[in-house]
Design a protein around this ligand. Sequence first.
Ligand code: SF4
Ligand code: SF4
Length: 379
Amino acid sequence: MPKNTMNPKSKNAKSGAVVYFGSAHVERADAEASLPAKLERILSKVDLKRLCQGAWVPIKMHLGGGLGFTMIHPVFVNIVVKAVKAAGGKPFVVDGMFGTIATAAERGYTTETLGCPIVSAGGPYDAYAVKRKVAFPGLDEIGVFGAIWDAPCLINLSHIKGHGNCGYAGACKNIAMGCVDGVTRRRLHALSGGIDWLRDRCRLCGRCVKACDTGAISLDKKKKTVSFFWHDCRFCAHCVTACPHGALAIRARGGYRHFQEGMAVTTKTILDSFDRARILHINLLTNISMLCDCWGLSSPSIVPDIGVMVSGDMVAVETATLKAIKAQHFIPGSLIGSRRLTKGRHLLEQIHGKDPFLQIRALERHGVGRSRYRLIDVA
Ligand code: SF4
Ligand code: SF4
């Protein structure tokens, strides 16, 4: 198994935003040499007092769903919670959908394990959202959940994994898709275009129907048709991924560039509501699986655990994170079903067919941060 340490002497080493890195590699059999202790040391280097003193501090997470067990382990959340408290803040963990909060205890997330309350960002009906105008084709308005919009500061605690719609899910997606109401999420997903059913490839096996948790897709074996009820479709592409015969395809209107650009515009609108010195992004590169945690399942890691990246600059931390996920570290047998790697420069592109750097470049173009970074290895 490769040792996932980072080379701080990268071409970005002398300038750019600071990204703290703690390696998952354990040099000696001592808890102080393990990843949680490294995260503690990294947080001691960050000016958390400036970020959160005296304030209620939302720690934005994706709490997963169903039988998922490879999201962020409560030990890491607890460390962040304690650091916020030590800095004089009042932390609470927040996620975007009440259904996720209601079942979080099944996945080990409770007030007792995390050390703070768990809050639904839009209230118990996912209805408290602040509308903001944006200028993007197909997306003229977004609804930002109130618990995020009202907050004076933000800790963005993201589990790193692949994603069918955009290749990569990290800090940007945790904000763009996790802090907005259902209407905005649907509009963002719809930016990718619709779904085409390729009749000649379909074997009427019904796997797409089983994969759809909204009931938006139906199969009529007598008429030999598959049809969509777009009203209920989240454009999550789960059915596309589930089809073993390549009979479903996302329509390429605007392509994935459009979706990723829409996420960048949404993220910028949300982050602009904060003083940038009062935002911290923490990317946990452990249990990096093929699919997003929203699938409600866990599959094996596609690469060995890498560690943790922490920065005040989202673009920097996302760039460093993606560069740390290397195709040569791919673990054979970790993909679901009969999926195989295909062409692509990045491992996640080889898995999902979408360039994961699109969203990072879009974020930088929209002024969210800088891709140049200075990596500081915290042992
Ligand atoms: S999973 Fe694919 S092959 Fe099976 S019914 Fe759906 S579209 Fe057809
Ligand atoms: S894209 Fe998602 S919501 Fe829409 S039909 Fe497929 S599985 Fe269902």
